[in-house]
Design a protein around this ligand. Structure first.
Ligand code: PLP
Length: 393
């Protein structure tokens, strides 16, 4: 098994891109947190340069430059949350426009499109993006945006981003393909390389990785998209705080190290679970048993720490399992250094209607893990003892 080979230079970019000490009068090696809401102007005022912190902020600019570099993108933008970034993307649309959306996407994105965007006369078709014929058939003359995620959550389905981008671009230049890359980060997957126009992040998750900031980001190569989204970032006021920008910028310095460890821990655990008698099935793209294992190897540089598995039994057994866990914390969210476990049917995906949940396979025996950076032996022992208890429940 081998994923794509990571080209050299990622860690160097994460540490140095946008961080030049010479940009500060003090030559500070670590970018300062610039809290000022306004900036003294020259007269006549210059077109570029900082004026008011919603429109542009020095600490934010450092982070946006670094973010763009990690995706080999021309531009990066940050927002007050992942959904804030999504709001900006959806705000490029007008009444009458149509969106094609992957049917197994983040619940908050689903809610935003179904309950908010729809009120502004923008319609959406939800479709399985692994079924390319059905995907093609979902387009209408008024389609402007395509929104997909790979892997999906919590079923960890891999979408062939290149195949999707070929279809989008055959249809025409008026289609923007946006890929939510939260689960893999720029370290393991760079959708712009695969033909996407726009990459969206909940920086709250792996990119920050320390479970202490809520933020979103976008990267892109197109000047037109950048101008439109920068305008919306300022006009809608969906901006992050300078302190949070400082934190995320700092977190990116260890992104490659963290992702390598998330990957090796998660793979060791996935293999352990696959061999356990009380585990029915493990959904991890690094395993040969995963239905889209080959696509995962072709389009990604590795895999992160979130994956799911089915235990034998039902709610009674999963309840016993969660009660028995000592090291894994029962909590929503993902991508931090601490290991988490959750039951999507009652937690992250409880708002999905029962019928849809069952159709997708989100049962009471499906458990999602976000494997952290602890020692893998300790994590495996914890799962082992909890599974032993669940098996007797
Ligand atoms: C968490 C998450 C979001 C939303 O991000 P927030 O920062 O919580 O607003 C979007 N997409 C995915 C895949 C996520 O996991």
């Amino acid at each position: 098994m081998s994923f794509r080979v990571q080209p050299k230079g990622f860690a160097t970019k994460s540490i140095h891109a946008g961080q030049e000490p010479e940009q500060w009068k003090s030559n500070a090696v670590i970018p300062p947190i610039s809290l000022s809401t306004n900036f003294k102007q020259n007269f006549p005022p210059e077109k570029d340069g900082f004026k008011y912190s919603r429109g542009g902020n020095p600490t934010r600019k450092v982070l946006e430059t670094c973010l763009a570099a990690l995706d080999n993108a021309k531009y990066g933008l940050t927002f007050s949350s992942g959904l804030g970034a999504t709001t900006a993307v959806l705000s490029m649309l007008s009444a009458g426009d149509h969106i094609v959306v992957g049917d197994d996407i983040y619940g908050g994105t689903n809610r935003l499109i179904r309950q908010i965007t729809s009120r502004f006369g923008i319609s959406a078709t939800f479709v399985d993006p692994t079924n390319l014929e059905a995907f093609k058939a979902a387009f209408k003359p008024e389609t402007k945006l395509v929104w997909i995620e790979s892997p999906t959550n919590p079923l960890i389905t891999i979408v062939d981003i290149k195949a999707i981008s070929v279809i989008c671009h055959q249809i025409g230049d008026h289609i923007t393909l946006a890929v939510d890359n939260t689960f893999l980060t720029s370290y393991f997957q760079r959708p712009l390389e695969l033909g996407a126009d726009l990459v969206c992040y909940s920086l709250t998750k792996y990119m920050n990785g320390h479970t202490d900031v809520v933020m979103g980001g976008l990267t892109m190569n197109s000047d037109k998209l950048y101008q439109a989204l920068k305008f919306l970032q300022n006009s809608c006021g969906i901006v992050p705080s300078p302190f949070d920008c400082y934190q995320v910028n700092r977190s990116l310095k260890t992104l490659s190290l963290r992702m390598e460890k998330h990957q090796s821990n998660a793979l060791a655990i996935a293999k352990f679970l696959e061999s356990h008698a009380f585990v029915d099935k493990v959904l991890h793209p690094g395993l040969v048993s995963h239905p889209q294992h080959e696509i995962a190897l072709q389009q990604t540089y590795g895999y992160s720490g979130v994956f799911s598995f089915y235990i034998k039994g039902d709610l009674k057994q999963s309840t016993a399992f969660f009660k028995a866990l000592k090291l894994f914390t029962l909590a929503e969210s993902l991508g931090g250094y601490e290991s988490l476990a959750e039951l999507p049917s009652l937690m992250t995906h409880a708002s999905v209607p029962l019928e849809d949940r069952l159709k997708l396979g989100i049962t009471d025996s499906l458990i999602r893990l976000s494997v952290g950076l602890e020692d893998s032996e300790d994590l495996i022992s914890d799962l082992q003892q909890a599974l032993d208890i669940a098996a007797k429940a």
